[in-house]
Design a protein around this ligand. Structure first.
Ligand SMILES: C[S@@+](CC[C@H](N)C(=O)[O-])C[C@H]1O[C@@H](n2cnc3c(N)ncnc32)[C@H](O)[C@@H]1O
Length: 179
C-alpha cells in the first residue's frame, strides 16, 4: 500500500464529513505529505485543530509546507513525529470528533481500538484502505495486511458502539459513527 496520498474522492469525503459535523478536533494516523490533512483542515471549524501522527519527520515537514502554503496557522496542525502505537495512548479519551486511520495496515486492529477510545459520542472513525483494492473480499488472499484489515473490520462490525458504512472510494473507505 505504500505511502500514497488519499485520492481526490477520499479527500472530498473527508472534507464533507469534517464539515458536516463541524469538527473541532481531528486525529489522523498517517500524515504523509498532507493531502488528507489539508482536506480536513479546510473543512473543520475555523479554530479546529488537526493532530496528526507519522513516524517519518520528513513526511510531516512536507505536510507542514502544504498547510502553511494553504494559509493554515501552525497552531491548527499539531504534527507529532513517532510510532502511532506509542503516541496514540498519550492522546486524551473522548476528545476527538473524527479519527482518520491511514497508517500501517498491520496495526489497524490497534488503531480501531485506540480510535474508539479517542472519539467523543457521535464522533466518526474513518478507515482508509478498508477493502485493500478488493483483496479483503478475496478469501484466497491471506497476505498479512489483508488478514489484519479483515480483523479490524470484524472488530468494527462486532462493536456495539460503532455503526459502520463501507464506501467504494479509493480502495475502500469505512466510516463508523460512535454511539
Ligand atoms: C498512506 S500514507 C498517509 C497519506 C496521507 N494520509 C495523505 O493523504 O497524504 C501512510 C503514512 O503512515 C506513516 N506510517 C506508517 N507506519 C506508521 C506507524 N507505525 N506509525 C506512524 N506512522 C506510520 C508513513 O510514514 C506514511 O507517511
Amino acid at each position: 500500500m505504500g505511502i500514497g496520498s488519499v485520492s481526490p474522492g477520499v479527500a472530498g469525503v473527508l472534507g464533507f464529513l469534517a464539515g458536516t459535523i463541524g469538527a473541532r478536533a481531528v486525529a489522523e494516523i498517517g500524515t504523509g505529505t498532507g493531502v488528507s490533512g489539508l482536506a480536513l483542515l479546510d473543512a473543520m471549524a475555523p479554530e479546529g485543530v488537526l493532530t496528526s501522527i507519522d513516524s517519518e519527520p520528513e513526511h510531516q515537514g512536507a505536510a507542514r509546507t502544504v498547510f502553511t502554503a494553504a494559509g493554515h496557522a501552525n497552531r491548527r496542525a499539531r504534527l507529532i513525529a513517532g510510532a502511532a502505537l506509542q503516541v496514540l495512548p498519550k492522546l486524551s479519551d473522548g476528545a476527538y470528533d473524527l479519527v482518520f486511520v491511514d497508517g500501517d495496515p498491520l496495526e489497524y486492529v490497534e488503531y480501531v481500538e485506540q480510535g474508539l477510545r479517542l472519539l467523543r459520542p457521535g464522533g466518526l472513525l474513518v478507515l482508509h484502505h478498508a477493502l485493500a483494492g478488493g483483496r479483503v473480499a478475496d478469501e484466497s488472499n491471506e497476505d498479512d495486511e489483508v488478514v489484519i484489515i479483515r480483523e479490524a473490520l470484524a472488530a468494527v462490525k462486532e462493536s456495539e458502539e460503532l455503526s459502520p458504512v463501507l464506501l467504494p472510494l479509493g480502495d475502500g473507505l469505512l466510516v463508523a459513527r460512535r454511539a
